[in-house]
Structure formats: C-alpha cells, structure tokens
Ligand binder design. Structure first.
Ligand code: PAF
Length: 283
C-alpha cells in the first residue's frame, strides 16, 4: 500500500493510476477504522481498479465544544487494517496540509442541514462539504463510498455532487452493526460498560417506530414509541428523534416514497446516531 501525507505525492500517484485508465474507488474517513469502514473498502475493491482511503480528522466539521481533541486516533492500527482490506493508497494529511490558508471561500450546506444533526451541530455539514470538495478534486475518483449510518451527510453530499456536476458516482453502503444491533461507530469506544449494554435499545427503538409507522402512517406516535423505548432502556439523553422523507429530509410525508426515522442520543462521553431508511412502496 502506498502511504502519502502530502498533496503533491497524492496527486503524483493519482496521475499514475489515471494514466493507466484505472477506475478509482475512494473511501473518505476520519480513521479509527472499524468494520463499517471495511465494508466501504470491500465494496470499493469490488467495483474499482484502484482504492484510495483518506484518514483526516477534519477540524472544519467540529464545533467549538465538540470532541475534536479527543476524537479517537490510531494511525498504526488503521494502516494495518487498510493494508489487510486491500487499500492501494492511503492519504493521511495534517490539518496545515489540507488548510494552509483558511478563512476564504466557504461552502454552505443550505436547507438540508436545518434538520437532524445539522440543527444540533451548526456548521458541521459546511465543514464536511469543505473537506469532501477538496478531496474529490484532489483524488478525482470514479466512485465514492459512504455509509448509510450518516444518512444526512450522504443526502447532502449527493446533493453537492448533483448540483455542482462532480464527475463521480456516490455509492451508499448499508450500516454495519454489532450482533446486538448497535451501529458500528468510532465513537462507541467512549461508551461506559453500562452504556454499551444499553445502547442497542437505540436500534430496537427505531424498529418499533418504523414498524408502527408502516402499519398506521402516524409519524408522531411512531416517534413517541422510539423515544419511550430509548428513554426506558438507556441513561442517554435524546438529542432528536425525527421521521422525515428521504433524501429530501422534509416533514411532509404525503408524497414520500422513502422515509427515514433517525435518532441522536447523548451518552456521558459519546453522541451516537442511527437511522432506518425504508422504501414505503417495497414493504
Ligand atoms: O463520515 C466521516 O467520517 C466524515 O464526515 C468524512 C466524510 C470523512 C468527512 O470528514
């Protein structure tokens, strides 16, 4: 696996791959890799000739009181995992390499960021768009892989790609879960032992809500069932539980063919998110 820290080395290697007409699959990450990331690499491996992964804990997407400084990092372990998964090129820049001069042009996520995580984390998705725009330009990938756990991120990046004609395809990959249903996340390491035991209630609560909605089409009651279950079985504090159309993230469900029931829950040291996306017509 080629490992590069500098943009000039990244570009050089991309140029070589492109000159032999290789399709490029790109997996952007913030590191502390887990099976969720590996599923993205596996998919990228199947569909492309050359797989690039980035590891960059992007300061631009963290608010002032968020967990940028204590976000888990382990480049040595990540490197081994990337090699085993079959990544061809690992790009792990420093912040000054990515943002040597800051304060210029900003990209705004707009109204898709007014709900869910965007409402609780102002500016978060602007920061995500800033880094992915830069990475997309540097890597010029054929396909880019994102997990469905970050469903709002996925919807916003798909909109960026569509509205600004990025010549690449966004590929959605299903959420990978622990056997008890908890969605894999780098932040799960911050759960205490007791919280870890409680956390699968998030996914169970989502299932209760979605099942009820599919029988009744009553969004408010469906959300209440999810809230009740999470409150009953965890010590976490609910940030939001929302039922929206997907991917346009509207509360107007009348014409929606696909819906998302999404939650965010604060535990002592971790804020966890999860969702279920369901095509109403296919059930
Ligand atoms: O999903 C993530 O890990 C990050 O938001 C991303 C897409 C790598 C951008 O920093």
């Amino acid at each position: 696996m080629i490992q590069v820290e500098l943009i000039k080395d990244l570009k050089e290697n991309i140029k070589i791959a492109k000159s032999s007409n290789k399709s490029i699959g790109f997996v952007p990450t913030m590191g502390y890799l887990h099976e969720g990331h590996m599923a993205l690499v596996n998919q990228a491996r199947i569909e492309n000739d050359f797989v690039v992964m980035s590891i960059f804990v992007n300061p631009a997407q963290f608010g002032p009181n968020e967990d940028l400084d204590r976000y888990p990092r382990d480049l040595e372990r990540d490197t081994k995992m990337a090699i085993e998964a079959g990544v061809d090129l690992l790009f792990y820049p420093q912040a000054h390499e990515m943002y040597p001069k800051d304060g210029g042009i900003s990209i705004q996520a707009g109204q898709l960021a007014n709900v869910l995580c965007g409402a609780s984390r102002p500016g978060h998705f602007d920061g995500v768009l800033k880094v992915v725009t830069k990475l997309f330009h540097l890597i010029n990938p054929t396909r880019v892989y994102f997990g469905q756990k970050d469903a709002q991120q996925l919807a916003i990046i798909e909109t960026l790609v569509r509205d600004y004609n990025f010549p690449l395809e966004i590929r959605r990959v299903e959420t990978v879960r622990e056997v008890d249903g908890l969605a894999k996340s780098s932040r799960n390491v911050f759960l205490s032992e007791a919280e870890r035991k409680q956390a699968p209630a998030i996914n169970r609560g989502l299932h209760l809500g979605v099942d009820y909605f599919m029988k009744t089409f009553e969004a408010e009651k469906a959300k209440q069932l999810t809230i009740q279950h999470i409150e009953q079985f965890t010590s976490g504090k609910i940030d939001y539980v929302e039922l929206l159309s997907y991917p346009d993230l509207s509360i107007e469900l009348a014409d929606a063919s696909t819906i998302i029931l999404a939650v965010a829950v604060f535990f002592e040291k971790a804020r966890l998110i999860d969702n279920i996306i369901i095509n109403i017509n296919e059930v």
